[in-house]
Design a protein. Structure first.
Length: 369
């Protein structure tokens, strides 16, 4: 962080300026109505005029004192400008820090997801070593994971995908299971290569959607990586497939809270892409559809912290769009709803770093209005 020079408080500088100019306020003397006086000031080379009457008094200070006051006033203005500049810089640094915290939180979430994928993969590899399936590759992959070397794991997953691909057309009975296995291997390959080799990750996820087009997770992950790679059109297409699948599932099981929540996520992902493409009305409509679902879930289970947090996220996103559209009162109302939920969650679990971070972001959004 850039070191800033601490400046005296502006009020303190004003006090010093008046003292250095030799001007000290004194109690007003009783006025004599209609009396004009001239009072020479030794050493100042000027004349002080005082018009006394009806309690009003006008004093003209000597030229040297006026010059001193003017100089000190200019110095005060300069110091005030520097103070404002330093304050603006501090606020900018604070905002940058909050954004970095948000990005770090996102990376930490992605890291946790990768760890979960790898844990599941390690369990599968251990089973393979016990059953003798892909014994050599599985053993190397397990050893690689213990050394944080993902290359043997990537090789194992490629082989697992090829083996599942070979099973797809063998028998009708094994057809669906083989496709599921091939998609899972490709998806896991994408998970461990996403940050280091986006092209490989994209190719793997595209294969996953071909193997198992009915699995929403494949389309969701593909959309995420397409967006990360900057291809918003392809990301929009992938999220559109995700949305269609989740609508089908939610309609088939209207009481399934998990399906409803995933449907709200699909609406939000569409909103993010539309926002990035500059379609703010479309993004707002998508976010409001997600919000309606989350409000329903939160009403059904008010004690569910996850539903409440989802609700706060929706309010936050809607506030961002309204702010970008210039609807500041609407944005402020949305941000305040977000803040209300964030404060409640932070009070319920003061040790939860995620809740505390959400609260700081909520305060920042309102402070920016």
């Amino acid at each position: 962080m850039k070191t800033t020079t601490r400046r005296p408080h502006a009020l303190a500088l004003i006090g010093l300026a008046w003292l250095s100019a030799g001007v000290v306020a004194e109690p007003a003397r009783p006025a004599q109505p209609g009396v004009l006086t001239q009072q020479p000031k030794a050493g100042d080379g000027g004349v002080a005029l005082a018009i006394q009457g009806n309690g009003n008094q006008v004093n003209t200070a000597p030229p040297k004192q006026i010059k001193k006051i003017e100089n000190n006033t200019e110095e005060i203005k300069k110091n005030a400008a520097v103070t404002k500049s330093n304050t603006d810089e501090i606020l900018s640094l604070l905002k940058t820090s909050v954004k970095k915290d948000q990005r770090n939180a996102q990376l930490e979430q992605e890291n946790q997801q990768l760890k979960a994928e790898l844990a599941n993969l390690a369990q599968r590899l251990a089973q393979d070593t016990q059953t003798g399936a892909h014994h050599a590759g599985a053993d190397k992959a397990v050893q690689g994971l213990t050394r944080n070397d993902l290359r043997p794991t990537a090789d194992y997953l490629r082989q697992a995908e090829r083996d599942a691909q070979a099973r797809i057309n063998k028998t009708a009975q094994d057809h669906a299971a083989a496709r599921t296995d091939a998609a899972a291997a490709a998806r896991q390959l994408a998970a461990i290569t996403e940050n280091s080799d986006t092209r490989t990750a994209l190719a793997a996820l595209r294969r996953a959607t071909e193997y198992d087009p009915g699995d929403p997770e494949n389309w969701s992950l593909l959309g995420d990586v397409e967006a990360q790679a900057g291809d918003l059109a392809r990301a929009h297409s992938a999220y559109g497939k995700l949305l269609a699948l989740m609508k089908e599932k939610a309609q088939a099981e209207p009481g399934n809270a998990g399906h409803l929540r995933n449907l709200s996520v699909a609406h939000n992902k569409i909103g993010e892409i539309l926002s990035a493409q500059g379609d703010l009305p479309g993004a707002l409509a998508a976010y409001r559809k997600g919000l309606a679902i989350r409000e329903r879930l939160a009403r059904q289970d008010p004690a569910n912290a996850g539903w409440q947090r989802d609700l706060s996220v929706s309010h936050n996103k809607i506030g961002d769009i309204l702010s970008a559209q210039g609807d500041l009162p609407g944005a402020l109302a949305a941000y305040r709803k977000d803040l209300e939920i964030s404060e409640r969650l932070a009070r319920q679990d003061p040790a939860n770093a995620g809740w505390q971070r959400d609260l700081s972001v909520s305060h920042e959004k309102i402070g920016d209005m």
